[in-house]
Write a protein that binds this ligand. Structure first.
Ligand code: ADP
Ligand code: ZN
Length: 523
């Protein structure tokens, strides 16, 4: 007799054309076929889809796939139809006649897979219809959307726990590419997956080269990076604001690249046209806010460039993970500056979220900053954040390939802290830098700050160097940007021992590097 494993292997080859299962795919498929619930955490591109598609073909009935990404349903269903699988989707892009046709197929048991958004599934009519159908399994894609701490929170996802009560005999699989322990716990709790088999794949993306640098002018750095490494490649450039998205796209076009903007302020029709061109044409650059990319399945994205700090490591990992899904060498490149560090904290502190939420968000921001200012292997730190241990430094990140120089910045730090203190903790970084470097502007004279003992004591560093020092002192927790005062810098508890010189502590900072532009391999 053919076991379910043999059957799965046969379908893998006959329908999907692959010889072997990857990682945990075989175990996941086995569990589902046998009626067990499953939670799977796998990086983007890891091969989540066939984990439910193959069981959908083996178990009798229709598999209901819940996905928040209406734009992607069409692509996935088209791909399945090409393979000869009977699949369909239900969403607002269908007209009444088309919807009825899909519903008829569902009722008569002709569908192996049916994709829909959670709000559609939770609709009474839909549930009543499903009550009368044979359902093989529920696949809950992008399951991290249940997490209210995450970047894609959707409240309908939290109601999906009802599937368990309404259809206790139907196995469920929850899938996500977000893997921190907190999110994992929330998925299990919210979706009532306490009995589920949990399968966690390595989150390492060894073909992605990570590089993070601070740069005075992000655009120049970006241009160097592109012309040195990706003169003709397709990639994504992420900017924080819509305005910057537009301006950067325009600038890249002037430079001779084909670049298209993508953000939530553009008409839906423009957005989908740009997305389609990105998928179909070679060498195109999409300049986007984070509105772009969830579920984009383009295998040959050769680089993802960040012009600002992402707000946490999960976002950084997800966004950079869109590079190199085909397994070929790819770059995750970032350039950030002092203002990013300040803005990120201000944004959280000024939001009207409750205190606990803000605290969690600030911790996440600090972890992101820690990754940026790190002098060791980026990949080890990134994976450690997802509770994964990489035994050796990776040899494929900027810090591994050219270890950053550090310097004893104790005296510089003391000058900064002292100058912040003496100007009354009432000014932003640029003003304090002007005092340190001895610029006698009207404002400084008006405040009598040209008479301070800390006026013009910082001539040994340029303005750009001082900005780097300020940024790192904020990142290391000696200074905070005050939310009330739009970036006014204040001293922290940690600053005092250093300022009073009553500690033996020395401050070591990264020396400002040349923007990481070339991916020179160690030989
Ligand atoms: P995810 O949803 O995890 O991002 P997909 O399910 O889209 O990933 O799979 C990513 C790519 O890997 C797809 O092109 C898919 O066809 C391919 N793939 C999945 N499983 C296998 C396998 N066992 N062998 C070879 N390729 C596979
Ligand atoms: Zn490394």
């Amino acid at each position: 007799m053919q076991t379910s494993t043999d059957q799965a292997r046969h379908i893998l080859k006959a329908t999907f054309g692959y010889d072997d299962f990857r990682h945990h795919q075989a175990d996941i498929i086995d569990a589902l076929i046998n009626g067990q619930d499953v939670l799977t955490l796998m990086p983007t591109g890891g091969g989540k889809s066939i984990c439910y598609q193959i069981p959908a073909l083996i178990r009798s009935g229709t598999a209901i796939v819940i996905s928040p990404l209406i734009a992607l349903m069409q692509d996935q269903v088209d791909a399945l139809k090409q393979l000869g699988v009977s699949a369909a989707f239900l969403n607002s892009t269908l007209n009444a006649g088309e919807q009825r046709e899909v519903e008829d197929k569902l009722r008569s048991g002709q569908l192996d897979l049916l994709y829909m958004a959670p709000e559609r599934l939770l609709n009474h009519q839909m549930l009543n219809m499903l009550d009368r159908c044979k359902i093989s399994l529920f696949a809950i894609d992008e399951a991290h959307c249940v997490s209210q701490w995450g970047h894609d929170f959707r409240k309908e996802y939290q109601q999906l726990s009802m599937l368990h009560e309404r259809y206790p005999e139907v196995p469920r699989i929850a899938l996500t590419a977000t893997a921190d322990a907190r999110t994992r716990g929330e998925i299990i709790h919210q979706l009532a997956l306490h009995q589920a088999g949990i399968f966690v794949n390595s989150f390492d993306r060894p073909n992605i080269h990570y590089a993070i640098s601070e740069a005075g002018n992000g655009r120049d750095a970006l241009w160097h990076f592109l012309s040195d490494n990706h003169a003709n490649d397709a990639g994504i450039v992420y900017c924080l604001s819509r305005k910057n998205v537009e301006a950067t796209a325009e600038w890249l076009n002037e430079k001779g690249r084909t670049a298209l903007p993508y953000h939530a302020g553009l008409a839906q029709e423009v957005r989908s046209r740009h997305q389609q061109r990105f998928l179909r044409e070679d060498g195109l650059i999409i300049v986007a806010t984070i509105a772009f990319g969830m579920g984009i399945d383009k295998p040959d994205v050769r680089f993802v460039a960040h012009m600002n700090l992402p707000k946490n490591i999960e976002s950084y990992y997800q966004e950079t993970g869109r590079a190199g899904r085909d397994g070929l060498p790819s770059d995750a490149w970032m350039s950030y500056g002092l203002q990013d560090v300040i803005n990120l904290r201000l944004f959280i502190e000024k939001s009207d979220a409750d205190e606990q939420f803000k605290r969690v968000m600030l911790q996440k921001t600090d972890a992101m900053l820690g990754l940026c200012e790190l002098t060791g292997c980026r990949r080890q730190a990134l994976l450690a954040y997802f509770d994964e241990t990489l035994a050796e430094p990776c040899g494929n990140c900027d810090n591994c390939l050219s270890p950053p120089e550090t310097w004893d910045a104790t005296i510089a730090a003391q000058k900064v802290l002292s100058c912040v203190y003496r100007t009354g903790e009432r000014f932003g970084a640029q003003y304090v830098i002007d005092v340190l470097t001895g610029k006698s502007s009207e404002r400084i004279k008006h405040n009598d700050h040209d008479k301070l003992s800390t006026f013009a004591i910082g001539g040994e560093h340029s303005g750009a160097e001082w900005r780097g020092i300020f940024r790192q002192l904020i990142a290391h927790g000696y200074l905070v940007a005050d939310a009330e005062g739009y970036g006014v810098l204040k001293l922290t508890q940690k600053a005092w021992p250093l300022l009073k010189r009553d500690c033996a502590e020395s401050v070591r900072l990264r020396r400002l590097s040349k923007p990481a532009s070339t991916r020179t391999k160690k030989t």
